[in-house]
Design a protein around this ligand. Structure first.
Ligand SMILES: [Zn+2]
Length: 294
């Protein structure tokens, strides 16, 4: 943070992370652009392109009025704090409005989503949990909206965790449990689940399928336990109950991504984690998309 004290240093740092000293036009891919006098804008040398760009064009930081130093500080705080940070706290820490802080955090969570994860292998624990605010904590208008829909506001989340490896949290939507496992776990893996009927039959497709019967008070039997994935769920729940208080179902997948990201980068230092997050800023998330109704 001290090293990146001013806006110029932040910009140079981002340019270095994104381009490694060789700026490339985000529109056509041509390198060696002209640098304009303002010190931050580049102009493409390609005759058919000639577009101007800065280091934030094509990243989640694009078209946002807040300084890069604030983005970097927010990235640090969100990725280093074990339970995350609320938009209210971030607003106070960075001197921005709560609405801006909320948007910054959602964009950062968006880049923490891994769009193309490797399949899990070796021994994989799979379990499901329910996350969601209770009606009692909602304001009257929202409670009424949910009650009119006639459904529970709890959302099912599936956790898949490779022992000593990486983990995934996915909101359970229309797909069956089995299809979700098939989509994330390599066929050579040993699966460990509870005795939920929805997992039955997977033994024929996987190297092995161990089950543990929680309803009979059985929690550990040799390799058959799901304690690691339950610990992983508690990271999500601690951040939701302790920091965010409630998360609407529409945004839950981003909080899942944040928890998984922190878990999966648990063995690297805070500084490396920030660098990795900043290197991963391509892809935009517009405010309009965020606030759209389900
Ligand atoms: Zn170009």
């Amino acid at each position: 943070m001290t090293k990146l004290g001013d806006e110029k240093a932040c910009r140079e740092h981002m340019e270095d992370l994104r381009w490694g000293g060789n700026p490339v036009c985000p529109f056509c891919g041509k390198d060696k652009p002209y640098k304009l006098k303002d010190g931050k804008t580049y102009r493409c040398k390609n005759r058919d392109c000639r577009k101007d760009f800065t280091v934030t064009v094509g990243t989640v930081f694009e078209n946002c009025k807040i300084p890069l130093s604030t983005w970097i500080a927010a990235t640090y705080v969100l990725s280093a704090h074990k339970k995350g940070i609320s938009s209210h706290q971030l607003a106070r820490d960075c001197g921005i409005t709560q609405k801006t802080a909320w948007f910054v955090l959602q964009r950062l969570r968006h880049i923490m989503c891994n769009p193309d994860p490797e399949p899990l292998t070796n021994t994989v624990e799979v379990d499901e949990t329910y996350v969601g605010g209770t009606f009692a904590n909602m304001n009257r208008k929202r409670r009424k909206e949910w009650q009119e829909k006639g459904e529970d506001n709890k959302v099912a989340v599936m956790g898949l965790l490779e022992r000593d490896g990486i983990a995934k949290l996915t909101v359970i939507g229309q797909k069956s449990f089995k299809d979700m496992v098939r989509g994330s776990v390599d066929k050579n893996a040993i699966l460990v689940t509870d005795t939920h009927l929805a997992y039955q039959g997977l033994a024929y497709e996987y190297a092995e399928h161990l089950t543990i019967n929680h309803s009979e008070g059985q929690y550990r039997d040799g390799l058959a336990y799901t304690n690691s994935v339950e610990g992983f769920f508690s990271c999500l729940k601690r951040s939701i109950f302790g920091i965010y208080h409630s998360v609407s179902p529409k945004h839950l997948h981003r909080y899942c991504a944040e928890t998984a990201y922190r878990y999966n980068t648990r063995k690297i230092t805070d500084k490396d984690r920030v660098t990795q997050t900043l290197q991963n800023t391509s892809g935009r998330l517009k405010y309009k998309t965020l606030i759209e109704k389900l």
